[in-house]
Each structure stands twice: as C-alpha cells, then as structure tokens.
Design a protein around this ligand. Structure first.
Ligand code: NAD
Length: 491
C-alpha cells in the first residue's frame, strides 16, 4: 500500500492532524493509495513556506529567466521519461481511457516546455510620456504576483495542475497546489519530479485534501497574493467571496453548458463524429463539453439517428483496457449523472439511447454510465440549463440562424461553443455572436497550450494557457525615470 504525504518546504510530511483518505480506482473499486487528508493547519504551513521562500529567500524569483527555464525544461523531460507510468496513474485514479491519459501527459510536458520557452521572450514595454515635469522615460517590467494558491478539479488531474503550475512557476511565483481530493496521485508524482530537479525549498508546495478545510484557507488567507481555481461555478463563487478579504488576485475557470450548433449544410458524418468528441470525450467530464446540441430542424431526425447509432456502438470499460468511455470518477458523481437523467425524463425529454448505469460483467465493480442522448428538449428543462458533467447530451432544434444564436446564448454560462456549416461567412457571423471564451468551427474540443482558455459570464474570469496564462501570474510595474535630475522648479 502506498502512503502519500503533503510536500511542504521541501519535505514530505503527513497531515498535521494525522488524517488520511483512501483513494480508489473508480473503474473497479481497487484501493490505489492512502493519502494525507489535510486541514486548515496544513494550508497555513504551506502558505507560510511559500511566503518565506518568496519574500525572505527569494531564490526562485531572483533566479535568472534562463536558469528558471532550465529547471522547467528538466521537469518536462522527466514527465516524458515517466509518461507511461503517469498516464496509467491518471487513468486508474480518474477512470479515463488510457489513450486519453497518454494525451494528457504529453500535453503536460509540452505545457512546461511552452512556459519555459516563453519566460525568455521579451516582456514589458517602453513608453513615450508627457514632459510636464521635465523629460521622462517610462518602461514596464513584469514581476511575479507572489504566493499563488492553485486549486484544481478531478477531470484532468495532471493537466489541470500543470496548466497552472507551469506559468505560475515560470513567472517566478511560489505556489501551493491543492489538487482534487479524488485524484491527487499524479500531482504527488509531479512534485517528486520538482524535488528531483531541485526547485528551491518552499517554491512549490502540495497540500492534499478536501475543499472546505484545506482549500478554503488557501482562498481566504491574507498571506496568499493570488488564488486561481478550476472547478464548479458554485465553488468558484465561494472562493471569490473568501478571497475578498485581502483583495487577492483571483482567476476562475468554471463550469459550462456549451452549445454545439449544426446547420443543415454541414458535413453530416464529420459533424456527428465531432459532436461525439464534444460530449463523450473523457466520459463527458469536460468543462467545455458540447452538451447542448442545436440542430437545424430539417436534418435533425437523420442526425440524431446517426448519432445514436454511433453512441450505442461505443465501448465502455476500465480505463486501462482503452475503451471509448471509461468510469465516472466517483459514486457521488455517478449518482449526480443518473439523477439528471431521471429528472430529464420526468420533465418530458425523450430518451433516444443510453440512460442507464452499466452493470454488465466487470463494469459492475465500477461507476459506468451509457452514453445518453435526449431529444425534444426545451429551453426551460434542467437538462438544457444545468451542467451534468457526464456523457449526456440534450438535443434542441432551430429553423433560422437568429434562432440558433438566441438558443446558444440562452444560458448563464459562457465557456465554449461550436458551429458546423460549410458556409464560411455564416460560420464567422455566428461565431461573432456567441458569448463564450472558447469556440470551434467545424470541430469541437481540441485545446492547445498556446491559446488562452477561459470563460465569459458565469464560466469565470481570467485565462489559463497561452501568453495570457503567463500574464495572469504577473504584476506589471511602471518605472518612470527623470532624465533631468535636480530641482524641477514646480514650487
Ligand atoms: P469542485 O468545485 O467541486 O472542486 C474543485 C476543487 O475545489 C477541488 O480541488 C476541491 O477540493 C476544491 N474545493 C471545493 N470546495 C472548496 C472550497 N469551499 N474552497 C476551496 N476549494 C474548494 O469541482 P469538481 O467537481 O472537482 O470539478 C468539476 C467542475 O469543474 C465542473 O463544474 C467543471 O465544469 C469544472 N471545470 C472547469 C474547467 C475550466 O477550464 N473552465 C476545467 C475543468 C473542470
């Protein structure tokens, strides 16, 4: 049995109160590890370590850009060297198909490389300024924010942690990561890698455990300069509220209920395939999932028939067997998904396929749900309004472009959206109207380390990834230089 501890100030240590949590494989119930279950005390210690490392020692923030980059390149190399082991760990811990976990690990290594490279590129600017007080010269520098708390969810365990750690560390911050209590195992290995490459003590700290205790302290503490969070909108609201005390910087990547619009002129087979990637990838446990399919009325019957045919053929099983759909992450999430399915039927949505827990053979040991399609959904239904975070899609129809846009934007969320059409001008017209931060034309769900990721409306604020992702973890300082020192002659 593996016992995994917190990593604070360069030391592995049990939770302050000695509590532990058992981590299981959601695909078969096997115990994977016992890990520290932290409380407020552990977060306080980790914050203090990060604070001392940043403000007192300053070893990481003062390290030259190229030297910091070298450490992060070394992290990427070691992730790649252990790629298969990390992929197996994320697949077993979260339930996802192995090939998807392998993609996550490759992306995680690439993310460290991207930010290691970015930190050496020119930043800041030189400004032409007024001469009311005599000739002046102004320039800006980008500096780390300070102590950053990073709180991540369970659907992409390694990737979500990496998308915050890589830019935060590249910028010179000291960090405390709290991964989801359900899927902490790949983060533990990542911190072993940090230890191997020799990040200065206190630069990167790991606190394992649940949100309301360990997580809340990270959001509320006045000793934290920034909190960045990926998770549900409800938790995001509580984090923003807790963070207000010291006006720390806040970044929120939250939930979604994203529209995927298919016009009658779209390539049908292609659109069906992408719609499946949009809603069944990672068992639908994807924030950007295209979980509202808006289909032009004239092709709806044909489209749904083909989608259902393909969905019924998907293989469901344990992640390591490389199925099309793996296990749902936990019993609680399984119950949540099944509850949405039950209520959708009660509210009059028409179940086209799926809708059941899978209990055949070995699936009985884990938490599996059939890919599920609901037709004849109306805007008021819960299945159209609320995020399920499972392999469930709600189909609505439209007749005109304006109607499609209105339906697409009829949501409190604004994370993502897609449009399928062979009319290029229409694709661009529709895209311009969609109120969401991440959009796709004739595809759905590909994501890139190089491009900014984040939402409008109640899907949050701030951006992960891309150049914007680095700027989130930086302050911009203005430096004004008097070019004619001496009396200014004002008084
Ligand atoms: P969650 O909000 O339950 O938990 C996310 C993290 O917050 C976990 O680490 C949890 O321990 C912690 N947490 C919970 N309560 C807390 C509190 N009061 N204070 C501080 N921390 C707390 O979300 P989840 O169930 O782990 O993940 C699913 C959600 O994440 C979905 O809504 C999904 O859309 C969202 N998500 C969004 C993105 C994005 O980029 N926008 C990406 C992935 C997931």
């Amino acid at each position: 049995m593996k016992f995994e501890h917190n990593y604070i100030d360069g030391q592995w240590c049990p939770a302050a109160l000695g509590a532990t949590r058992t981590i299981t494989d959601p695909g078969n119930g096997e115990v994977l590890a016992v890990v520290a279950e932290s409380s407020r005390e552990d977060s306080v210690r980790a914050i203090a370590a990060a604070r001392a490392a940043f403000y007192r020692d300053g070893a990481w923030r003062r390290m030259s850009g190229p030297n910091r980059a070298a450490k992060l390149f070394a992290v990427a190399d070691r992730i790649e060297a252990r790629a298969q082991e990390l992929a197996v760990l994320d697949s077993r811990n979260s339930g996802k198909p192995l090939r998807e976990a392998e993609g996550d690990v490759a992306d995680a290594a690439a993310c460290f490389r991207y930010y290691a490279g970015l930190i050496g590129k020119p930043q800041g600017g030189v400004y032409e300024v007024g001469d009311g007080f005599g000739p002046m010269h102004a320039y800006t520098v980008h500096e780390p924010v300070g102590v950053c708390a990073l709180i991540t969810p369970w659907n992409y365990p390694l990737l979500m942690a990496t998308g915050k750690l890589a830019p935060a560390l590249a910028a010179g911050n000291c960090v405390v990561l709290k991964p989801s209590e359900l899927t902490p195992l790949s983060a533990v290995e990542l911190f072993r890698i940090f230890e191997e490459v020799g990040l200065p003590a206190g630069t990167a700290n790991l606190v394992l455990g649940a949100g309301p205790d360990a997580g809340h302290e990270l959001a509320a503490s006045s000793d934290v300069d920034m909190v960045t969070f990926t998770g549900s909108t409800k938790t995001g609201q509580s984090i923003a509220t807790a963070a207000v005390g010291n006006l720390k910087k806040v970044g929120l990547e939250l939930g979604g209920k994203s529209p995927n619009i298919v016009f009658a002129d779209a390539d049908l087979e292609g659109a069906v395939e992408w719609a499946m990637i949009g809603v069944f990838f990672n068992q639908g446990e994807v924030c950007s999932a295209g979980s509202r399919l808006l289909i032009e009325e004239s092709i709806k019957e044909r489209f749904v028939e083909r989608l259902a045919e393909r969905a019924r053929a998907l293989r469901i099983g344990h992640g390591l067997d490389n199925p099309d759909l793996g296990a749902i992450v936990s019993q609680a999430q399984l119950d949540k998904v099944l509850g949405f399915i039950e209520r959708a039927q009660a509210q009059g949505a028409q179940l086209v396929c799926g809708g059941q827990r899978v209990v055949d053979g070995d699936c009985a040991k884990g938490f599996f749900v059939q890919p599920t399609i609901f037709d004849r959904c109306t805007p008021d239904m819960e299945i159209v309004r609320e995020e399920v975070f499972g392999p469930v899609v709600a189909v609505q129809t439209f007749r005109t472009e304006d109607e499609a846009i209105a339906l697409a934007n009829d949501t409190r969320y604004g994370l993502a959206g897609g449009v399928f059409t062979t009319d290029g001008a229409r694709a661009l017209r529709v895209m311009k109207e969609i109120r969401a931060g991440i959009t796709w034309i004739n595809c759905y769900n590909p994501t890139f380390n190089e491009a900014p990721w984040g939402g409008y409306k109640m899907s949050g604020y701030g951006r992960d990834l891309g150049v914007n992702g680095l700027h989130e973890y930086q302050q911009v300082k203005q430096v004004n230089i008097n070019l004619r020192p001496g009396p200014v002659g004002w008084y």
